[in-house]
Design a protein. Structure first.
Length: 255
């Protein structure tokens, strides 16, 4: 960045100082800033996403309560300032985070607090999506209605899904699933999901070409039709079950 003596941030209006509540995250020049206190470009997350469609969004600390589904477009980055940036759903509704058919989306450095309608399968819908990344995200389940975090309808798939360094906070002792979905190609690495199964067991719950490494899961199951996956160096409460073919499973610690 070019500095001119006596002029603060002359070129990049969005390059705020850390003392203005941005924590340890530096804002890029092109970020669209969302801030509940009115210090950004928008003070409402849904309005920002709906108005700008795509781009790079930075969410300052605060609780952003969704009134409707958040329909995220392709080629979008949503970045928070850490655990103090919370996207929270209401106590009714389902599939709050809509990534249906979207490509090239990155969501990082924030927390989701999910309240779901009774019988809801999952709050995040990723069917027919490609290159979707969740990084440094906390998924907090606030009631017992949620079955899984991410859902793809049977008969569709999601490709190139990356879940990196994320954490799950449970509501009850009931074990939930990370996916109710077939997914193909991706990396699941470094996550603390000790109260989650990797995938819901049952019809079409297959995974192909997925690297599962260095995570903490309750259990990991590769159903029949789950092929050519790598599952190494995970900590498991229950067991790793491999009913697929061509999977490399090893060096997983069971407690």
């Amino acid at each position: 960045m070019l500095n001119i003596e006596g002029v603060e941030n002359p070129l990049f209006e969005h390059s705020r100082r850390f003392s203005q509540g941005l924590g340890s995250v530096r804002i890029a020049a092109g970020d669209i800033i969302v801030a509940l206190d009115g210090s950004g470009d928008y003070d409402n997350l849904e309005e920002a996403i709906n108005s700008e469609k795509s781009g790079s969004f930075f969410l300052k600390e605060g609780i952003y309560i969704l009134s409707d589904k958040l329909k995220i477009s392709s080629n979008t980055t949503i970045r928070g300032s850490g655990g103090g940036t919370i996207i929270q759903t209401q106590s009714s509704g389902s599939y709050w985070i809509d990534l249906n058919g979207k490509n090239d989306v990155l969501i990082e450095n924030l927390k989701f607090k999910f309240y779901c309608a009774s019988g809801t399968e999952a709050p995040i819908e990723i069917d027919n999506a490609k290159r979707i990344t969740f990084k440094n995200v906390i998924f907090e389940n606030e009631d017992d209605n949620m079955s899984a975090i991410m859902w793809t309808p049977y008969g569709t798939t999601a490709d190139y899904i990356y879940i990196i360094n994320c954490r799950y906070i449970k509501y009850s002792a009931t074990i939930k699933d990370l996916f109710i979905s077939p997914i193909t190609t991706g990396i699941i690495e470094g996550n603390q999901f000790d109260d989650l199964d990797l995938v819901h067991t049952g019809v079409d719950a297959f995974m192909n070409n997925i690297i599962v490494i260095g995570n903490y899961f309750y259990s990991i199951t590769f159903e029949a039709g789950s092929n050519n996956n790598v599952c190494i160096g995970n900590q498991i409460d229950d067991a790793v079950t491999d009913n697929g073919t061509g999977n490399q499973v090893g060096y997983n610690a069971t407690f």
